[in-house]
Design a protein around this ligand. Sequence first.
Ligand code: HPA
Length: 270
Amino acid sequence: MIEKIKQTADYLRSQVADIPTTAIILGTGLGSIVDYMDDKQYIPYSQIPNFPVSTVEGHSGNLIFGRLGNKRVIAMQGRFHYYEGYDMKQVTFPVRVMKELGVDTLFVSNAAGGMNKEFRVGDVMIITDHINLFPESPLRGKNDNSLGPRFPAMTEAYNKELVKLADQIADEQGLRIMHGVYVGVTGPTFETPAEYEYFRIIGGDAVGMSTVPEVIVANHAGMRVFGLSVITDLGGKDITQVPSHEEVQQAAVVAQPTTLAIIKELVNRC
Ligand code: HPA
């Protein structure tokens, strides 16, 4: 795997003059952060050696190098989900490449279903921790010590300083911001009412089908991580409303001003 990572990183270095140290993985419906980037250079996944190609509607599939405010960033437009059939090494390959390129801070965003009874559709939740319910770890198999330790700690999977800074920004700008634990599951089904209830009881505030694999690998690689979930629907034992893919996209649009403000400001201050 290490050769593939280096080959992909070499290709990107040959295409991009100034490689940023900050990367953002854009989740469902949050892609419009790209509209706020300047000096953009698009590299389609299909042109990047060893990169999987993304298949889901609403995920375009580009690495975008550019500036967000005064900071250079790499934006990943379109991510690879386990439910699409990619294996865990494919899902997390871009994070390995980012690390090889010198990225030390990773921002992730996603759409999630809310179990916390305080949450409303369109809320934005700072991910303070996660519960990994994927059937497989991206670190399963022989460990390459040059990529990270065999048994990495996950005690601060989401950097506390960045959470504090985000809270400060939300406070300054008068933005409603929630905190919570993200439960990562395979999908692609939304949860049954009993499952939402179960995830709430075990300590989850929101549930989604991404993020956890990338965050595990980023931590393995020693990167700082900050994550946001957009609450696109609510789930629980008394809630029988069925979220459609379109409603999820719509709620993500509603939350956009908040996610944009937080990410833009945080990227520039950290
Ligand atoms: N469950 C799982 N994933 C999701 C949900 C949900 O309710 N909403 C958006 N992504």
